[in-house]
Design a protein around this ligand. Structure first.
Ligand SMILES: [Zn+2]
Length: 202
């Protein structure tokens, strides 16, 4: 593959889906093309969901005004979304349980009253308090505002007469998109699709 490095294009982000079409990663265009070339992934056309192998994709001509990779003998369309072909090629493991990711999962929102007072005013609450044997995990930790945290104190929601807005769970995919300054419009279908899948699995 003799590609003249048009660095900026190759560094653009491509959304990577697993075999179930759940977003798992954001890769560079360069990485996506390598995955495509060695048959680890296929390009997904975000308009009609058609899949393309390297052989098919490399024959397509870029549309007018579309970004492309200038190779020595041909121009290559830039894939915006690719789907991995194998389960063993997942680029990422489970979502790490971290303070930052709990904030992201709960959308900076108190899980008791729905307030969004800003990260400074939010704390991580153990649903089953540590004093009662509660552990730090995806299913036992939620964001709570200062007022709700104080009100709940060392009690379970039932004991405190408070209600969780939803049961906490491990996010199904790594919330990487928020870290990318560049987000491609066509990704939204796949990302909202993942949200729906997560909701339905419960
Ligand atoms: Zn609250």
């Amino acid at each position: 593959m003799e590609i003249t490095m048009v660095t900026k294009v190759l560094e653009q982000p491509t959304l990577v889906l697993n075999r179930n079409w759940q977003p798992v990663h954001v890769a560079t265009v360069e990485r996506a093309l390598v995955l495509l070339w060695n048959e680890s992934a296929r390009v997904v056309d975000p308009e009609d969901f058609q899949l393309y192998t390297w052989a098919d994709w490399s024959k397509l001509k870029p549309r007018d005004g579309e970004t492309f990779v200038q190779a020595v003998r041909f121009r290559l369309r830039v894939p915006e979304v690719v789907a991995l072909t194998g389960y063993d090629r997942l680029p990422l493991g489970a979502v790490t349980f971290s303070r930052r990711n709990v904030f992201k999962r709960d959308h900076y929102t108190c899980q008791y009253c729905g307030a969004q007072p800003g990260s400074e005013e939010l704390t991580i609450d153990h649903v089953l308090p540590r004093s009662q044997g509660g552990v730090s995990s995806w299913t036992n930790c939620v964001l709570a505002c200062m007022a709700c945290n104080k009100r709940k104190a060392d009690r379970t929601p039932e004991q405190a007469g408070m209600k969780l807005r939803k049961q906490p769970s491990r996010p199904a995919w790594k919330p990487l998109y928020a870290d990318h300054t560049m987000r491609i419009a066509s990704w939204s279908k796949f990302i909202s699709e993942a949200y729906w899948n997560v909701e339905l699995q419960k």
